[in-house]
Design a protein around this ligand. Structure first.
Ligand code: FES
Length: 125
């Protein structure tokens, strides 16, 4: 019988956020990000997850709460049990597991203001 991990994905911060439950195949050594990528590829392409380096642990974009603790999804181990995943609670929530993690002075709206442009292309001066 195939071993399964059950991912409960809260699609927002807080305990009352809407959630989705996914059963994903489990193989020892897999990461939570591996499970989330399986969900996107095979079960629910609408699930938003941010990652760039895919398990090199260099981009730091996959940070989420795993069972209530801050973790990198690419280094947290997938386990054959129920795991609760949630976006970071202290960052602006964008969608599902994705939060705004760029420092304020590195965001596009800041760059546009610095260049004298409002977001949307309208000159501000
Ligand atoms: S995917 Fe880059 S640090 Fe996790």
């Amino acid at each position: 019988m195939a071993v399964t991990a059950h991912l409960i994905v809260r699609r927002g911060p807080g305990a009352d956020a809407p959630s989705s439950r996914y059963a994903v195949p489990y193989t020892p050594g897999q990461s939570v990000l591996d499970g989330l990528r399986f969900v996107r590829q095979a079960l629910d392409p609408s699930l938003s997850v941010r990652h760039s380096c895919i398990s090199a642990n260099t981009c730091k974009e996959c940070m989420i709460l795993v069972d209530g603790k801050v973790a990198y999804a690419c280094t947290a181990r997938l386990e054959p049990r129920e795991m609760v995943l949630q976006p970071l609670p202290n960052k602006p929530h964008l969608r599902d597991l994705v939060t705004e993690i760029a420092p304020p002075d590195e965001r596009l709206d800041h760059a546009l203001r610095t260049l004298g442009r409002a977001p949307g292309g309208t000159p501000t001066r």
